[in-house]
Design a protein around this ligand. Structure first.
Ligand code: AKG
Length: 247
């Protein structure tokens, strides 16, 4: 992780690293993820069929054994991931949760531009201020080639232009799935890593039977700690074999 990569994140709100993981590294974690997903689909069939495009909280799941849970923590805590986080959030970051993203059951379901912060209940003015200082990072690890994420570079720290705000918030006849002039598509291959700010304007691009593992980190501040479900974090005993500052 060099200084330029952190600078790219600070300037644009994302980093795309190609061939970041070897196939062997992915295979180790993929077995566990597939097992989780198969069980999750069985238990959540109705919600999946009604539109869900993601699941979460793999590390507190009953579908995962204690050994598998530790494997996931080791993957999250690995050096090359920690180095990127330290470079981007030198003040200290903390693990928030894991998610899997997949295609909607209904192939006609449209995607939606958003900033994650728009769902927190903050006023628009508060959101405008918060994005200047607050960090929430997705580490997207695609297990299959995918169309990827479309994002608006720089909006992790800057507010929308009119077209963007109207689209995201369904105003003046615009819909959240409408195309945006400043949109930049980052298509992803297996082995790539995409780090992006959840606060920036972005949308997932459905198709190709996408299947991606996302690890989420945020600032280690009291404001965020209230959103953390510590069931997803390692126990004191598990921490001994992790040697990581991220939990
Ligand atoms: O991949 C997606 O469908 C959306 C991802 C997203 O919006 C997010 O991670 O906040």
């Amino acid at each position: 992780m060099d200084k330029n990569t952190a600078t790219h994140y600070n300037d644009f709100g994302y980093i795309h690293s190609e061939n970041f993981f070897s196939d062997k590294e992915l295979q180790q974690i993929e077995v566990i993820i597939n097992k989780f997903h198969e069980n999750w689909l069985k238990e959540n069939e109705k919600d999946y069929q009604s539109g869900l495009i993601n699941s979460h909280s793999l590390t507190s799941s009953k579908f995962i054994s204690p050994e598998e849970r530790l494997e996931i923590f080791k993957f999250i805590a690995q050096d090359k991931i920690s180095k990127i986080i330290q470079a981007i959030i030198p003040e200290k970051a903390i693990f928030l949760n894991t998610q899997l993203f997949f295609d909607p059951f209904n192939k006609n379901q449209t995607n939606y531009w958003h900033r994650d912060i728009q769902y927190t209940g903050m006023s628009i003015d508060e959101q405008k201020e918060k994005i200047k200082t607050q960090n929430v990072l997705h580490f997207r690890i695609p297990l299959q080639p995918e169309l990827g994420i479309e994002l608006i570079p720089t909006t992790h720290k800057t507010w929308d232009v009119k077209e963007e705000e109207e689209t995201r918030l369904s105003l003046n006849g615009r819909k959240p799935s409408d195309s945006l002039h400043r949109g930049k598509t980052i298509s992803l291959h297996r082995g790539d890593l995409l780090v992006f700010s959840a606060n920036m304007i972005h949308r997932g691009l459905y198709g190709n039977d996408r299947f991606t593992f996302d690890i989420i980190f945020c600032d280690d501040t009291p404001e965020f700690k209230k959103f953390i479900d510590f069931k997803n974090h390692p126990t004191q005993e598990e921490l001994k074999s992790l040697n990581s500052e991220l939990f």
